[in-house]
Unconditional design. Sequence first.
Length: 191
Amino acid sequence: MKFISLKTKFLIGYTLLTLLLSVTIILLVQVVVKQKLESELRERAISIAKHAVWEVANLIIIEDTVALQATIDGIMTTEKDVEYVFITDHKHKILSHTFGKDFPMDLIGVNRISSGDSYKIRLLSAGNDKEIYDIAMPVLKGQVGFFRIGFSRDVISKTISRIIFFIIAVTLSIMFAGILGFESWPGETGQ
């Protein structure tokens, strides 16, 4: 039977313990931190939508389509996670949008909101593993129109990936430092 030195046993135990701790932390990040980031993204999206609804309400009433377009273009410019914005009248006719020439007409019916709701959120799949939180909000209780804004979830995935990369880098550094420490540990004597 081959003898395994105490030094080797400590090294194996240290490595396994460090890996187990890292895997546990990564799993916690993927669950807890991801949930928190998604909640914050939804809250931010709702806040931006509420603010925008107040801005566009009067513009819809006075039918100022130029100012309406400038307002939603401004949202697209200032909010990096916004994928699209569009506004419809109370009959769901498009008043303004940020899609260029080709508005995806299927999007109108995807997240319809009734006049009694204050907002509605739906997670949409946009293909290529891209997911978007679509927020629908009535303008003046739906009497004059509806505001829609799409927020990308990519920021969450990118943030989680950066955190996991950092955890892996720190884990490998700690393991390497520990292995070097064990290597400089004096060997066992008296065998």
